[in-house]
Design a protein. Structure first.
Length: 293
């Protein structure tokens, strides 16, 4: 069961959210037929978006993370609703690179480091709130940490990880965000930093002990209280009506050309791989409805 757990510690000066997203990232890997490196890049971004999406208070809000570092994998996109349910895609899911010298997947090399980390929040206003920072490493967690500090002025520590098994299935996926509230003491900050430095490898904790164990390691020495728990999943909101609405935005002249060709058109959802087919008769109905408006 994939879930996000939230807790507070240090008399409220520390807030922590942790996510287990193995099934969610596995679903994304299957949809996009990702290589191990691509699965790690997309999986980490999905976890980041889910954690941040769950922080939004507006019920129908959405949050989008877009990362484009100039690497061979292209853009990495993850979209979360306010419940932490996510969907995502990336430019070239087949890209795979040799392991780094430390034996880990080279996500930074695939994503690239020459570009931007962009977060867009749509809370129902005329324009979404958009913030961007330059990429630090392309490894996602470091870039998210930099974004939260530079763009939102929130001192944070983030860790994101995806463990890919030998058969390319996802063995573990998840991460955490720890945020310090104004007034946190230097001793509190130093202890947190020591805990994070000394903790076991993230994906090892997730695969062997579960997401709950992250709180014991990161918040060691602090009394913490679980304040919320929520199940999350890979969820796409596409449907035939949404696709028809998108088609209605096509220039009428182009729609007439499609109708004249007499062939079905197929629309492919970039997030869930579902294909929607529209016949020339369907297109005529779309055009007629547009002209009536």
């Amino acid at each position: 069961m994939d879930k996000i757990i939230r807790a507070t510690a240090g008399d409220g000066f520390i807030k922590m959210a942790a996510i287990n997203a193995r099934d969610t990232v596995q679903r994304a890997r299957e949809i996009h037929d990702c290589s191990p490196t691509a699965a790690a890049a997309l999986g980490r971004t999905l976890c980041a978006a889910s954690l941040m999406g769950d922080m939004m208070k507006e019920e129908n809000a959405t949050l989008t993370i877009r990362i484009n570092g100039g690497g061979p994998i292209g853009s990495v996109i993850a979209v979360s609703d306010s419940g932490g349910n996510v969907r995502g895609c990336l430019g070239d899911p087949s890209v795979d690179l040799p392991l780094r010298a430390d034996g880990k997947l080279d996500v930074g090399g695939a994503v690239g480091r020459d570009g931007m980390f962009t977060v867009s929040r749509d809370i129902g206003l005329k324009e979404p709130y958009v913030g961007s920072t330059e990429l630090v490493s392309g490894e996602i967690a470091e870039d998210l940490t930099a974004y939260l500090l530079e763009s939102e002025q929130v001192p944070s520590a983030c860790a994101l990880g995806v463990l890919v098994d030998t058969d390319r299935s996802i063995k573990a996926a998840g991460g955490f965000i720890v945020q310090l509230m104004p007034g946190a003491s230097e001793d509190m900050i130093a202890k947190l930093e020591d805990n994070i430095f000394m903790m076991d490898q993230l994906t090892t904790v997730l695969s062997e002990d579960g997401v709950e164990a992250l709180f014991d390691q990161v918040l060691k020495g602090f009394e913490h209280h679980i304040v919320g728990e929520k199940e999350i999943e890979y969820r796409c909101y596409c449907d035939e009506d949404r696709v028809r609405e998108a088609i209605s935005c096509i220039d009428p002249a182009n729609l007439k050309e499609m109708i004249a060709e007499g062939q079905d058109i197929r629309v492919h959802c970039q997030f869930c791989d579902k294909v929607y087919a529209f016949t020339p008769v369907d297109l005529e109905a779309v055009l007629a409805a547009r002209e009536e408006k």
